[in-house]
Every structure is written in C-alpha cells, then in structure tokens.
Design a protein around this ligand. Structure first.
Ligand code: BGC
Length: 860
C-alpha cells in the first residue's frame, strides 16, 4: 500500500549541514549548561512524565499525576474480551521516558508544491462515500465517530499494545486516534517522525484489516509546527506570529507543521487556534492570534491555507481544525474553561470573524469549545453548533468535540442528567460528528443504544459518518494510509529552522528604549541575568515536546540539540560566551547570590535581565495574579538602583504579565512572547541590532489587574489607558509619517476609499514597519462605538533614508456592526480614520460615513 514519493517533492542535499550550523551547536551547549549546574535547577518532579492526564471534566490544576495507561483502565462500560491479558498484569517499566535514539539527518532544503489559487474546501459528499456509508453496520458507523487517545493503545512498557489496538479497532471499530505517545506514557520523551510513524503505521495495518477495514485518521496538536515530533521546528506561539503583522508567517508555520505531521503518519492537526484572547489572565492567551478580530482573521486564513494547501491532492498537507468554536477566550475570571458572558451580537462581531475566515480558507474540520457561553454549554447548543456554525457560516467539514466534553456535561458542568442525555443532546441538537471520547467505550455503547431505541435517527448518524469518510478520502487515506518516509528526511531542515527564526525575528516587540539603551555594541561589557536567557524550554512554553512542555527534570536535554537559548544566540552574535548569572528562578521562589549579582552589575556597562513564565498549557496555567513574581520585579529594581547601570528587560511569556516598577526601572523592554525552539538567536540579534525589531503588540498590554480584559475594541467611553496599546511597538530607526489623505470625504456602500500616508525612514537602520489603519466612529446611535477597530494593515520595508507612500483600503461595509436583533447594518456618523494612532496620534483624517441605518447587510 506504500506509494512512490511525490515527484514535486525534491530533496536537495542530504548533508547534515543544516543541523550542525543552525541548531545542534546552539542546543548542544544548552543541554550542557542545563546539566552543569550553572542554572541551578528548581524543584524537580518525582516522575519524568510531566503531563498530567486529562480526565473528562477535570479542571483541577492539582491533578498532576499521570494515570497508568492500560488500555482498559478507565473503561466505564464494556469490559475487554476475556482472552485479553491486561497489560498491567505484566508491567515492569517504571514509566521513565528515554530519549528517542533515532539520529536525524535532515536535508538542508527541499521544494514544495504551492497550492492553487482555488481554495479546496469540504463540500458535497461524493457518491462513493454515500455508498460506503450505506454499507456500514451501525457499530461501524459509530466507531467512525469515535476518537480514542493514544495512551489507550500504549502498553505499560511504553510500546504499542497490539492487543489494545485490535480491541479498539477490531471490536469497537474506532475510526480515529489522537495525541502523541510522548504525552501518554510512550517510551520516548520526544518521538522522531520515524518512531511515531512505526506506531501509526502499525495501527493502520490493523485498521485496514480488522473492524470496518477503514484507515484511521490521526489527530495531533501540531499547533506551532509539529511540536510533538522530534527535531521539528517548534514555531513561535500564535501570539508571536500575530505580532509579526505578516500573515505569511502563519502560512509558513502551517505548511511546515503539515509535512512534519504527515511524516509522523498523522493527517489532521488541531489548529489553528482562533480564539479571541480577551482576558489576559487566560492561560491560553499565547496559543491565539491575539485580541483583534481582523488581525486574527487574516492570520486564520493564511494558517489554514498553509496547513491544507491543496489537501485533496497534495499528500504533504493535512486537514486543519479551526478551534475552539466559540468565544473560549473571554473566561469571566480568567481561568480556563470558565463561563464567558457574551451577547449573541457581540459574539458575531468579535469572536466569529476568525472562524469565518478559516472557513473561507477551506478548513476541513472544526473543534467546539470547552465550557459555556452565557451559561449554555457549547457542546449541547443548537444555536452555536447548528444555527451559527452550519447554517449561518455554512461550515461543511466535520466537527469534533473537545476532550471528553460530552461526558463532562454530566461530571463537570451538570448540564445533563446522565451520559445518555449528554450523548443524545450532543448528537441530536448539534452537528457533532466525532467525539474525542477519549478513554472509554461509553460513547459507542450509548450511541448504539440510542439509535436502536429510536432516540437518535440513523440518518443523523449517517450524516456525520459521511463527513468523516469524505475527509478521509480527501486526505488520501484510502489510497495512502501510511506515513511518507520521504517527508521524514525534511523534518528539522535548515530551511525550516530559518523559517521559525524569521518568524521570531519579526515578532519580537520593542516596548521601550530610553536613551538608546539598545542596540548593544559588541564592545560593551554586558552582564546577562535571569531564568529565561538560559533555557530552551521557556522559549517555547506549553505544547512543546509535551503538552505541558518539558519537565524541569528532563530539562533542555530533551531537545537533543534541536533548540537554542538566548545565551547560545549571544555567543553566535558576539563570538564570545555571555557573562551569565541565573539570579532568580522562573517562578521567583529562589534567588541566587544577589550580592554577587549586584557586584557583577557594577562592573558591567549594561545588564540584560530575562524574565517570564514557566511552561504551561490549559488549566495548568491558571493564575490568580497577572503580575510577574515579586522576585522578578525586585531583581530589576535592585540591579537598576544599586548598580546604577542601564537595565534591559527581556520578557519571555505566554501572556502579558503586569510589570509594575519594571517599566520605569528598565531603560529598555523587549517582549519576545514565546519565540519557539529557535528563538534564542533572534533575541540575541535584536539585542545587538543585527535585526531591527518590527513586531507590534497583538493585544492590549494591561498596566493594572483591572485592565486584564481591556481591548482595543472596547466601548470607547471606558478609558483605554493600558501600559501599551494594541499595535504598539518601536524599532531602532525613526519612521516619520506625513501627508495622510483620503480619496473621498464620504464613505458609502460600494465605494471603498483609499487612505494614503507617506512614510520616511529618517533613522540609521533599515526597518520593517507595520502600517495599521484603524477607524473610530465619533458616535453610533444606540450602540457605544468601539475605541478603535483595525480595518487593514500591511508591513512595509524601508531602507535607511527611504520614503514610501502606503495605500490602504477602507470600505463602508467594514463599518457595519451586529445589533441586538442580529442584523449587520451601519449607523451613519463622522468616522476618524487613523494610522498607527498610538505612535503617530496626528496621522488621522475624518470622513463622513453615509448609510441607511435600516439597510441590513447580513442577518442571522
Ligand atoms: C484542548 C484542545 C486540544 C485537545 C487535544 C484539549 O484539552 O482544549 O485544544 O486540541 O485537548 O489534545
């Protein structure tokens, strides 16, 4: 069943060049540093398995122990066949994961097939698929709708348990698996594509011979590159990608993640993450493209195109899964999965556009969101998952639940009496096609029983099965169910490393630069302090090797050389090792030799302090306070005051932690977000002026905890005075803006206007400048106007001394808003058209928006 390597996928040199030059050197030394004790390691975890098991409905961050992964351990319904020997009977392994021994030897570069301009998207179901559905038994159909997590087929020796595979695939006819064995007690910490594919291929062997004999579709959280595949480039987090203000980077990350995921034998990524991150306490802030609906939509579109390309014909691409539908990013108290209070018209205005864009880009699948919106759980909502997703947005792909979300209706949210009511509701009220169960047979048993008793119609089941099988066909699984060995050679190529680094280079955001503190000169005597400068794992955050990131015990050695640190980057840039002291640990619980730190700072010309957050994902990242740890704040203050030397703070963080006195105590501040496994060199390059920073904030950076949910688009009568505004950021050069003009004094439907502005780079450095067009309605009858709304942006490269005219388009249709009757219409008023208002407040014009307020552009 193997297929020949695709012709267009030409591999160039098989040399190891790339690795040696771009990555091994850097990360090899980071591994040495980690074990040499220079960065005294904080508390280690008792078990090397750093990822807690997600029990259905579990929201407790306290639940950190990995449950034994015997295939039948969490079964609540059917028991294993009598002949089966339970793997737990012969457990000898202590579940300590080991490094994957496969030596990677990636090609330096490769070519790929750009997609055609016509978007490939899910659509009508093919006749052969309809026929196939008709030929399946009820049990086989329900099996297709079932997704099981890989831990269920991992034996207690960390290897694939064939008996368990046969149990799930043969007996329960399961059509999908998810997750990385590296998260689920698999023997290796970080699975190479080769080892991963040995497992997925073995499962496909069984799936094509047993049960319904239909290949399984494997879903993987390749959210930032194929982050679970050894050596694959872990890209900057979504929030950093958004900060580039260049959607091409979202495309690149998607395309590369797709081929690396395929190389491992998985065909489906649970990405892009399109939640609008409103509450900055939220632990998933970093996974998204920020708070702005327009920026998010642009990134969403490119990202889906990158993942999918021509996914119906190109076997190097995957199915995307836009998630999490919907309004997940505004938990009322900031904790993950908490209720969100969002009126329907606000939902349509701010939270829906990024999903709409993903659908336009052809997203083959969608995932619903955990928890409730305005008290109604998404999982059981006919409005969110049928009216909005299917009827209004016209989504035709298949929809999967989030993890264990059907049973969570009973165990967690108390929105169903029992599992039967939960399953019945999820299937009959919504358009759920697949249940990410993920640990037991309950969904199969209950669904089969519900159909047999007539509570769910078999026609409804057929609809879902058809969507799933169509996706399998589109992805080529019926002809190519196995992993592509040729693709494995491209994982971690120099070309991909450059792509990851370029994204980081353009995302890092300079927030303050007093008295030309930056860039540094190589002649300066610089002292480097802080936990995030000497760590690869903090650069990537959660969803990095493991769900929760590498454990402290694994340390950076887990990367086996496929990552760098800021310190290794500094060495590359300056040619000599950085003078480094840890000073404080990542959580601010331990201070290291502060007397020595102050003494060393006094000897230096400047001090760089790297602060930020440890790795976390989902509810394990819940925090009560948005402020950085007090010891981080004190370190900056003590060093600045007691040494009198300029302090430059580098933030490596998933969300904008409050800085308090750090803002004044630092001469310069850089927000690096989570720049990914190769983010160290880009940070060093920016510090030394090899790269001129061009990232801009994709969120509002709060000054106080009361501003945790402030956004650029909040009602304008609420004062918007954050630490830094959405879109804010500096470069090393000076860009002057002049001659703003609009092509017409009036803005009407069908007559877009052009906004022109002249930019001159009057400084000494070449610079890339994101130019953003915002609008603000001076009043809006009955509905508080947004503070500012982003309507268009472009990123312009300006050489030192160069002048360019930039033109952006504004349409009256952009000014339409959703009212409480769920009609999209326009209220006329004078409109302020502003370009980068927070750095260039005088660059604005006023136009008259003319429209009939009764004219409805769209309705729900
Ligand atoms: C997350 C999803 C993820 C899924 C599978 C869930 O807990 O919310 O984003 O895709 O797990 O790992």
């Amino acid at each position: 069943m193997k297929y020949a390597p695709l012709l267009y996928f030409t591999l160039s040199s098989l040399a190891t060049v790339a690795k040696a030059q771009e990555s091994n050197m850097a990360a090899g030394s980071s591994a040495t540093v980690a074990s040499s004790g220079t960065n005294a390691s904080p508390a280690t975890q008792p078990n090397s398995n750093p990822y807690p098991t997600r029990a259905p409905g579990s929201t407790s961050a306290a639940q950190t122990t990995a449950a034994p992964s015997t295939p039948y351990s969490s079964s609540t319904a059917a028991q294993p066949p009598a002949s089966t020997t339970l793997p737990s009977d012969k457990c000898t392994w202590d579940q300590k994961q080991i490094p994957d021994p496969v030596k990677l030897n990636p090609v330096a570069s490769y070519s790929y097939q750009p997609e055609s301009p016509n978007v490939q998207a899910p659509g009508a179901i093919d006749k052969d698929i309809l026929k196939m559905v008709r030929g399946l038994t009820l049990e086989e159909k329900v099996g297709q709708m079932t997704q099981i997590q890989v831990g269920q087929i991992i034996d207690c020796n960390g290897k694939l348990n064939k008996t368990a595979v046969e149990y799930w695939v043969g007996k329960w006819k399961v059509g999908s698996f998810l997750e990385s064995p590296g998260n689920r007690n698999g023997i290796y910490q970080w699975y190479s594509a080769e080892k991963f594919a040995e497992m997925t291929d073995a499962v496909q062997e069984v799936a094509t011979k047993m049960g319904s004999k239909i290949p399984v579709i494997w879903g993987l959280d390749s959210v930032r590159g194929a982050n679970y595949v050894k050596g694959a480039v872990i890209f900057p987090a979504g929030i950093a990608t958004a900060a580039t203000f260049d959607p091409q980077f979202a495309y690149d990350a998607g395309r590369i993640a797709a081929k690396d995921t395929r190389a491992a034998g998985a065909h489906w990524v649970f990405a892009p993450v399109l939640d609008i991150g409103v509450n900055k306490l939220w632990a998933r802030t970093y996974e998204n493209f920020g708070e702005d609906p327009y920026l998010s939509s642009q990134m969403a579109y490119s990202s889906v195109r990158g993942f999918q390309g021509d996914y119906k014909t190109d076997r190097t691409r995957v199915a995307a899964c836009m998630k999490h539908f919907i309004a997940y990013g505004n938990p009322f108290d900031g904790s993950d999965r908490a209720n969100r209070h969002v009126a329907d018209h606000e939902l349509l205005e701010y939270y829906v556009p990024s999903f709409k864009a993903a659908i336009e880009a052809g997203s083959a699948t969608a995932m619903e969101a955990y928890g409730a919106v305005s008290g109604e759980t998404v999982m059981l909502s006919n409005f969110y998952l049928q009216t909005l997703l299917r009827e209004h947005l016209g989504f035709k792909g298949f929809m999967v639940t989030d993890w264990g979300e059907i049973l969570s209706q009973v165990t967690n949210y108390k929105t169903a009496r029992d599992p039967e009511q939960a399953v019945e509701g999820a299937i009959s009220r919504t358009s759920t096609d697949m249940s990410m169960v993920a640990d037991d047979e309950s969904f199969n048993n209950i669904t089969i029983a519900l159909v047999k008793s007539g509570r769910i119609s078999e026609r409804r089941i057929d609809q879902s099965v058809a969507r799933i099988l169509q996706a399998k066909k589109d992805l080529g699984l019926f002809t190519h169910p196995f992993a592509d060995k040729e693709l494995q050679k491209t994982v971690g190529s120099a070309q991909d490393i450059k792509s990851g680094r370029d994204t980081a280079r353009e995302s890092i955001t300079l927030l303050k630069n007093a008295n030309g503190a930056l860039p540094l000169k190589t002649s300066e005597n610089v002292l480097f302090l802080g936990p995030t400068l000497n760590s690869s794992r903090y650069l990537s955050g959660g969803w990095n090797v493991h769900w929760q990131g590498p454990s402290e015990e694994e340390g950076d050695a887990v990367y086996q050389g496929f990552a760098d640190t800021v310190l290794t980057g500094i060495k590359q840039v300056t040619g000599s090792p950085a003078k480094y002291m840890p000073a404080v640990d990542i959580d601010g619980t331990t201070k290291y030799d502060w007397d020595g730190v102050i003494a060393a700072a006094k000897q230096a010309d400047k001090v760089i302090i790297g602060l930020g957050e440890h790795t976390y994902a989902e509810n394990f990242g819940n925090i009560e306070e948005l402020a950085l740890p007090q010891a981080h704040i004190d370190l900056v203050s003590n060093v600045a005051k007691q040494s009198g030397k300029p302090v430059i703070t580098v933030l490596v963080q998933g969300r904008p932690r409050l800085l308090s006195s750090i803002v004044n105590d630092s001469s310069a501040i850089i927000n690096a977000y989570l720049p990914g496994s190769y983010g160290g060199l880009p940070i060093a390059e920016i510090l030394y002026g090899k790269v001129n920073p061009s990232g801009r904030l994709p969120y509002t950076y709060p000054a106080h905890s009361s501003q945790a949910s402030h956004t650029i688009w909040q009602a304008s009568y609420v004062p918007y005075v954050p630490q830094w505004q959405f879109g804010y950021g500096l470069g090393y050069s000076t860009i002057t803006y002049s001659n703003v003009s609009v092509s017409s004094p009036t803005l009407k439907i069908g007559s877009p206007l052009t906004v022109s502005v002249t930019l001159t780079n009057s400084g000494a450095y070449d610079q890339k400048e994101p130019v953003m067009l915002f609008t603000h309605q001076t009043y809006r009858f009955g509905y508080a106007p947004d503070n500012y709304r982003l309507r268009a942006f472009t990123k312009v490269a300006l050489k030192a001394g160069e002048t360019k005219q930039v033109k952006l388009t504004l349409k009256a249709e952009d000014m339409a808003f959703w009212d409480r009757n769920l009609r999209r219409r326009i209220e006329p008023s004078p409109v302020v058209v502003a370009v980068n208002p927070y750095t260039h407040p005088d660059i604005q014009a006023t136009v008259q928006l003319e429209a009939d307020p009764q004219h409805v552009l769209e309705r729900l």
